[in-house]
Design a protein around this ligand. Sequence first.
Ligand code: NDP
Length: 248
Amino acid sequence: TSDTLDGDVALVTGASSGIGAATARSLADEGAAVALAARREERLEELAEEIESAGGEALVVPTDATDESQVRGMVEETVEQLGGLDVLVNNAGVMLLEPIADADPDNWQQMLDLNVQGLMVASQAALGHMQEKGAGDIVNLSSVAGRKAYAGSGGYNASKFGVTAFSEALRQEVVDSDIRVTTIEPGAVDTELAEHIPDEDQKEQIEGMMDEMEPLRPEDIARSIRFAVTQPSHVDINELLIRPTRQE
Ligand code: NDP
């Protein structure tokens, strides 16, 4: 893909809220037909209507990204209905912060299944189509927590370090094509992410941090993703680390 997304197809996971919804809007605004994936179908329908009434094209693909066959189906449906796949944004994720000693291993599993395995399977499924064309963009949502570990964040850190590592390995494997891989590493963004934190202390800490400074907005991350995928084809923005100006 090149400077504009006119005629391109983008698939965004976790498009029912936060960064994913903002990214879908932004890529549609840049001219892409967008496939919207997440579990909450009603939210996706609302967003699709909004995009279509602004003159864009959107497809709703209800998906549980922890289910391998649903993830493969999501990619196939996008290709069939929209005619290809040029940009995959692996954004769906959960942040279930808990100190290790007290953590519920099911929460670790959920983060690994969604944040890592779902993203890896989606990347693999998209790769087949992109390799046929010799071009495409895979954008993976890691985090500051994919570069820096924190007490209370062990499981989430493990998942996001995993995303960063997988993305770099993938980048090297497709280096003889115009397929680009980009890792996005946001700091604090004001979304629904913190609502699901099981540990009350961790939740309060994150909410306190959000209150003390001006966090990023989902649109700030969407703008960075748009920047990366609209570069000329010989430019791969490998990694973007984006913190609120006042985040330590
Ligand atoms: P939100 O909670 O607003 O969005 C998360 C999205 O993931 C939702 O659309 C949700 O949709 C989707 N999702 C959750 N579980 C599943 C599932 N099993 N299958 C499919 N989709 C699922 O959070 P953000 O927008 O903040 O998060 C987006 C990404 O950004 C995540 O990967 C997160 O780790 C990363 N990030 C966020 C930061 C922040 O401060 N907010 C900082 C750094 C990284 P639904 O529930 O409808 O399925």
